[in-house]
Design a protein around this ligand. Structure first.
Ligand code: 2P0
Length: 350
C-alpha cells in the first residue's frame, strides 16, 4: 500500500443566469461566437447553482469528470477547450515569472472534477451556463490563474460567459474572427436593483427534447426571422435594455424582457422543422401575467422562457406575495409529491 499524497482541493459555486435579451445562434461553432449580443441577470449565489470541486494530485493518471455523481466522458471537446485554455494561461503566468502561479510540477498534474447542480440538469434552466462558469473558475483557482476568464467559459457554453459575473451582465458579441473580443461584461452589480425578484416556475423538470446547441444550429440555417432579429432588432434592444436596467425602469425592463422571450420562441417556430419549447402551462403563465398587468393598468410582472417550458418571472419585491398567491391558486402543486405545477385554465385569473 502506498501512501497517497493528499489531493489539492478547490471548491467553487456559480449561479445560473437568465437572459432578458436572448442568445440564439452562432457564427462560429468551435469558438462559440454568437450572431448577436445578449444580456442576463445572474441569480443569487444561494439559489440555482452548480458546485464544483477540482482535485489535483500527482498520483492522478488522467483527467476525469463526474456530473451529478455519474462519471462522464472527459474527452468532450468543450471540456477539453476549457482545460487546454486554463492550462495555457497557467503556463503563460509561470513563464512570465508570476510568483503566485503554480509550479511546473503542478501545471502538469491531472485533475479530477466533481460537479453537482441543485436543480434539474438540461431542463432549460441554464444548467450548462452555471456548470461551465463554475468549471472554468474552479480550474483557474486550482491552477493559480486570475483575470478575464469569460472568454474561456464561453468556449464551454456560450451562456456560461455571463455567469462569470453577478448582477446584470452583457455578452458583447464582438467582431473579431478569433473571438478575443467576444466577452462578458458587468453592466450593473447585484447591489444595483435590490427590489428586483426572480421566481422560477418549474412546469417540467424533464430533459428538453431538442438541446440548445443543435436547436440554434437549425435556426441559423433555416430561420429568416432569426437573421432579422440578430441584425435589426437586438442591437437597438440591447441599448434599450441597458437603459432600463441602469434607470431601474421596471415597466420598460419587463416589456423588453417579454418581447424578447416571445421573439426568441417565434424564431423557434420559424425554424424548419419548427422547435417548440413552450407547452400549455407556459402559455397559461403568459396569459396570467398579461391579465395581471392589465388588471392593475401597469406592468408589474414579466415572464421569460428559455429552451424549455419553465417560466422565469421578474417582479418587484412588493408584488411577490400577491403574484405567488395567484400562481398557487391557478397552478396548485400536484399531490404526488413531485415538484411540478399543474395547468388549470386561466380564465378566472386576476
Ligand atoms: C440564453 N439560451 O441567452 C439563451 C436563451 C437558451 C435560450 O444560451 O451551444 O446552452 O452551449 O453555446 O449557452 C442556451 O444555449 O448553448 C442559451 P451553447 P447554451 O440564455
Amino acid at each position: 500500500v502506498s501512501r497517497m499524497e493528499k489531493p489539492h482541493l478547490v471548491t467553487c459555486t456559480a449561479p445560473v443566469n437568465i437572459a432578458v435579451v436572448k442568445y440564439w445562434g452562432k457564427r462560429n461553432e468551435e469558438l462559440i461566437l454568437p450572431i448577436n449580443s445578449s444580456l442576463s441577470v445572474t441569480l443569487h449565489q444561494d439559489q440555482l447553482k452548480t458546485t464544483t470541486t477540482v482535485a489535483t494530485n500527482k498520483s492522478f493518471k488522467e483527467d476525469r469528470i463526474w456530473l451529478n455523481g455519474k462519471e462522464e466522458d472527459v474527452t468532450h471537446p468543450r471540456l477539453q477547450s476549457c482545460l487546454r485554455e486554463i492550462r495555457r494561461l497557467a503556463r503563460k503566468r509561470h513563464n512570465d515569472g508570476d510568483a503566485t502561479s503554480t509550479d511546473l510540477t503542478g501545471l502538469s498534474q491531472k485533475v479530477h472534477i466533481c460537479s453537482i447542480n441543485n436543480f434539474p440538469t438540461a431542463a432549460g434552466l441554464a444548467s450548462s451556463a452555471a456548470g461551465f462558469a463554475c468549471l472554468v473558475y474552479s480550474l483557474a483557482q486550482a491552477f493559480g490563474v486570475e483575470g478575464e476568464l469569460s472568454g474561456i467559459a464561453r468556449q464551454g457554453s456560450g451562456s456560461a460567459c455571463r455567469s462569470m459575473y453577478g448582477g446584470f451582465v452583457q455578452w458583447i458579441m464582438g467582431n473579431q474572427e478569433d473571438g478575443k473580443d467576444s466577452l462578458a461584461q458587468q453592466v450593473e452589480p447585484e447591489s444595483h436593483w435590490p427590489e428586483l425578484r426572480i421566481l422560477v416556475l418549474v412546469a417540467s423538470a424533464e430533459r428538453k427534447p431538442i438541446g440548445s446547441t443543435s436547436g440554434m444550429q437549425t435556426s441559423v440555417q433555416t430561420s429568416g426571422l432569426l437573421k432579422h432579429r440578430a441584425e435589426s432588432v437586438v442591437p437597438h434592444r440591447m441599448e434599450e435594455m441597458i437603459k432600463a436596467v441602469r434607470g431601474k425602469d421596471f415597466a420598460a425592463f419587463a416589456e423588453l424582457t417579454m418581447k424578447d422571450s416571445n421573439q426568441f420562441h417565434a424564431t423557434c417556430l420559424d425554424t424548419y422543422p419548427p422547435i417548440f419549447y413552450l407547452n400549455r402551462v407556459s402559455q397559461q403563465v403568459i396569459h396570467l401575467v398579461h391579465r395581471y398587468n392589465r388588471h392593475y393598468g401597469e406592468t408589474r410582472v414579466a415572464y421569460s422562457f428559455d429552451a424549455g417550458p419553465n417560466a422565469v418571472i421578474f417582479t418587484l419585491q412588493q408584488h411577490v406575495p400577491e403574484f405567488v398567491h395567484l400562481v398557487q391558486h391557478f397552478f396548485p402543486p400536484e399531490t404526488n409529491g413531485e415538484n411540478f405545477i399543474k395547468g388549470l385554465p386561466v380564465k378566472h385569473a386576476a
